[in-house]
Write a protein that binds this ligand. Structure first.
Ligand SMILES: Cc1cc2nc3c(=O)[nH]c(=O)nc-3n(C[C@H](O)[C@H](O)[C@H](O)COP(=O)(O)OP(=O)(O)OC[C@H]3O[C@@H](n4cnc5c(N)ncnc54)[C@H](O)[C@@H]3O)c2cc1C
Ligand code: FES
Length: 512
């Protein structure tokens, strides 16, 4: 039985499959040796690529084929079927590709192809900048540096980050890594030598203290300065701290960095009872991860239902019930007023014992550098469609950027991993003069136990919610509309429909 499970899926594709088994648009998983291969047909063209997404191994057979690309059902990475190239984050590594032969009504998968070079894009305007400085070693900063080198940029890249670790898979810090289900070696986005091998000068524990936009220089906290030709600001966000007595105690933690996650894990080794303040995505993901470590968890939050503002009351009730099934105790419509070494005192007067307290009450974009440099701000750094700020040569991406969203026609700012990475990629192209608008439709996911919730679009306010399927059965698609116009969808285990909604929104945005 165990042997069967280890065997790669489907037919041996080197032995051939009947062309008739693969209808136009059809997909089939088989194997070549030990490797699982996805065969896809578009008209008379057949592609053979790796069957699993290079992000978290999502099954591409359940994804969506759009033109000559395939999108992953889990977190919407997009790959070129001809070259395997990862076109859109969160995928970065290419898919392997195999050559295909058609003979006598059969399709044979032959040798693995040498990884083709990524498709070249059109000429850029002007001379390539000599030095690009990236402030921030998070999602946007990493994706920008990676894309610059993938575009064969030959100039100098300097990445400055106040973090003490190279860029990490931040979403994992509240999920499997915190739950003890993912080893630490899965957390870095790339091995340490990636940066030196690719000529990316990564300076850890380096705080940028100021920017002189006129002189095109950044000033570091140690008093030195560094000249740039293009600058990417990707300083992300920081957790909001609670202004209550006891918030500074050692067992009261926030979660943003790998160091934060490690510190929580260390305390979780001996903690018996945790109080999570805030029923945000991070708060609830932390609650789930601490339950996986068998710690008693109480969640305190001011709202009536968790996540109601984003997902509506039905999904809010579902999220609550899901956590309750796993033993989480909610204290809703209540807030913390004080924390001491053993207890959290609530506004209602109730006291909760706690030897670990996690504060997950939201984040604030890190805007001080942009503000001091005199960049235009509006509850974020204002950027145009090319992600350029009000200062020429300075771009911004990720949690700090407020950009013109073609779909809603509004200036929006979001705090999503995939958006930050995709903005980093677009900013990289524009720092090289490619003039590419950022038109991606926002996407995020959140994971609670074995239930992923995916969300596409952006609906800050909505006046109509329709629910298809059954939320309690974990099989649903929610549509959020305003004035009759679809703004966003959320789904549980309806990945294909979620991807289809993304493509429809992209088309609408492109036509806007
Ligand atoms: C625990 C956790 C789980 C998450 N899970 C999800 C999820 O499941 N799905 C999702 O869509 N989103 C998730 N997010 C949100 C997502 O991680 C962020 O939207 C994303 O990281 C934003 O990327 P960024 O590059 O803008 O900022 P960050 O990734 O925060 O990077 C900012 C970088 O800037 C550096 N920096 C800031 N100021 C300075 C300075 N002055 N000098 C030098 N360096 C500086 C910081 O040290 C950091 O390296 C999660 C976030 C956290 C914390
Ligand atoms: S597993 Fe494919 S995008 Fe995450």
């Amino acid at each position: 039985m165990a042997q069967d499970q280890d065997r790669p899926a489907g037919p041996d594709l080197t032995q051939g499959v009947a062309l008739s088994e693969l209808t136009d648009g059809g997909k089939l998983v088989g194997h070549v040796g030990e490797e699982e291969v996805l065969l896809l047909r578009r008209g008379m063209e057949i592609f053979a690529v790796g069957a699993h997404c290079t992000h978290y191994h999502g099954p591409l057979v359940d994804g969506l084929v759009v033109g000559e690309t395939v999108r992953c059902p889990w977190h919407h990475a997009c790959f070129d079927l001809s070259t395997g190239e990862a076109l859109h984050a969160p995928g970065f590594d290419p898919l392997p590709c195999w050559s295909v032969e058609k003979r006598d009504g059969q399709v044979f998968v032959a040798d693995k192809r040498k990884q083709p070079a990524p498709r070249r894009r059109g000429a850029s305007t002007g001379k390539a900048p000599e030095r690009i400085v990236i402030v921030g070693g998070g999602a946007a900063g990493f994706a920008a540096a990676e894309r610059l080198r993938r575009e064969d940029y030959q100039g100098s890249i300097v990445m400055l980050t106040s973090d003490d670790a190279p860029p990490v898979d931040r979403p994992n810090l509240s999920k499997d890594y915190l739950a003890g289900k993912a080893p630490e070696e899965w957390v870095p986005l790339r091995p340490d030598d990636f940066y030196s091998d690719n000529g990316i000068e990564l300076r850890l524990k380096t705080e940028v203290a100021g920017i002189d936009a006129g002189a095109r220089e950044v000033m570091l906290a140690d008093g030195s300065s560094l000249a740039y030709n293009r600058l990417l600001l990707a300083t992300g966000a920081e957790p909001v701290r609670l202004p209550i007595p006891g918030a500074e105690l050692a067992h009261v933690r926030t979660l943003r960095s790998l160091a934060d996650s490690r510190a929580i894990i260390k305390r979780a080794e001996t903690a018996r009872r945790a109080v999570v303040l805030g029923a945000s995505f991070i708060g609830l993901e932390v609650a789930a991860s601490l339950r996986a470590r068998d710690i008693e968890v109480h969640v305190v939050a001011p709202e009536k239902r968790p996540m109601e503002r984003i997902f509506g009351p039905e999904m809010g009730d579902f999220v609550r019930a899901l956590h309750e099934e796993h033993g989480v105790v909610f204290h809703l419509e209540d807030t913390a007023e004080a924390i001491d070494a053993k207890q959290v005192t609530l506004k209602s007067g109730q006291t909760l014992n706690a030897d670990l307290v996690i504060v997950g009450v939201g984040v604030r974009p890190r805007l001080d550098l942009a503000e001091k440099a005199g960049l235009a701000l509006d509850r974020g750094v204002v950027v145009n469609a090319y992600l350029e700020t009000s200062a020429p040569g300075i771009f911004a991406a990720g949690d700090i950027a407020r950009w013109p969203d073609p779909l809603s026609g509004e200036q929006i700012r979001v705090e999503h991993w995939v958006v930050a990475e995709r903005q980093g990629q677009t900013a990289a192209l524009n720092m090289l003069g490619h003039g590419e608008k950022f038109t991606a439709v926002p996407f995020f996911w959140s994971q609670h136990y074995d239930v992923p919730i995916n969300y596409v679009g952006h609906a800050e306010n909505w006046d109509e919610l329709s629910i298809e399927g059954d939320i309690a059965a974990k099989d649903c698609l929610l549509r959020f509309k305003r004035d009759g116009r679809l703004l966003a969808v959320a789904s549980i285990f309806r990945d294909l429909e979620c991807l289809e909604a993304e493509v429809a929104m992209e088309r609408e945005a492109a036509a806007a």
